[in-house]
Design a protein around this ligand. Structure first.
Ligand SMILES: Nc1ncnc2c1ncn2[C@@H]1O[C@H](COP(=O)(O)OP(=O)(O)OP(=O)(O)O)[C@@H](O)[C@H]1O
Ligand SMILES: [Mg+2]
Length: 243
């Protein structure tokens, strides 16, 4: 079993800061021309009759949207905005997040399983935690793509519920996918590490930052050929920090 507590190394924090500066500038420079290209492409699309050309134009728009989302990811790392802290019912948050992925999983013939228990409401950045879940579940869905059994499970429970400030909520995202080799597990904390042809390698870095802002941590257990489990540990009581 390969196990890793997912963390940024100190040198990486500096790298993050440098990337942050570049990203803010780059995003500013790229967003406007991209919006312009997207607009003209859509205009052309409307003027052309059905045919190959329209399909190609749709590909262009899709790829522009992908570029925009990569820029958005950079910005998220570059300028962590003040988290929107609210009282959050994590069971509802998990159910709503899974509902968003239902049809995507059906198309890919993936069983999406949910095992919830009674959880206390906590104060945290609900939108951030939702983004983490989406990132982890998308990774799990990618991992099971070629597996015989395609199952992604999300479980939640509370540990030390009676110990006041020491209570911790655990959310596990597990899959029956390809697993992660020991060598790759060692690289999970690195920015831009991706084994996917179209991967950016930012999903986990962003997830780690969000969970850290909420006072928590992420660990991962994996067995090659059997599957992987990412576990979020989120304290029940925590003052949410920015940055
Ligand atoms: N559940 C998983 N099973 C197997 N490998 C995984 C899993 N989750 C992450 N990985 C590995 O970790 C790498 C980094 O994941 P991360 O989410 O950061 O980037 P990505 O998915 O490649 O790209 P993106 O930035 O679009 O999310 C993946 O490319 C994959 O090799
Ligand atoms: Mg990912």
């Amino acid at each position: 079993m390969n196990t890793k507590l997912y963390d940024h190394k100190p040198a990486q924090q500096e790298k993050l800061a440098a990337i942050g500066l570049q990203a803010a500038g780059m995003a500013h420079e790229l967003k406007n021309p991209l919006t312009c290209i997207r607009g003209f492409t859509q205009l052309l699309n409307e003027r052309l009759g059905e045919g190959h050309e329209r399909t190609y134009l749709r590909y262009i728009v899709d790829e522009i949207d992908r570029m925009n989302s990569i820029i958005g990811d950079f910005l998220r790392l570059a300028r962590p905005s003040a988290p929107d802290v609210n009282r959050v019912n994590l069971n509802n948050l998990i159910s709503n997040t899974l509902a968003l992925l239902k049809s995507e999983c059906e198309v890919a013939e993936i069983t999406l399983d949910k095992r919830l228990t009674s959880l206390p409401e906590i104060r945290c950045d609900g939108d951030g935690i939702k983004q983490v879940l989406l990132n982890l579940i998308h990774n799990a869905m990618d991992a099971v793509a070629c597996s015989e059994t395609k199952m992604v499970r999300v479980e939640a429970e509370v540990l030390n519920a009676d110990e006041g400030d020491n209570g911790v909520i655990l959310i596990r995202v597990s899959d029956t996918g390809e697993g992660i080799s020991e060598e790759n597990l060692g690289q999970l904390g690195e920015l831009f590490f991706s084994t996917k042809p179209h991967g950016t390698g930012l999903g986990l870095a962003i997830s780690y930052d969000i969970v850290k802002q909420n006072g928590g941590q992420i660990d991962v257990h994996s067995r090659v050929g059997e599957g992987t489990t990412f576990t979020l540990h989120i304290p029940v009581h925590h003052t949410v920090e920015v940055g």
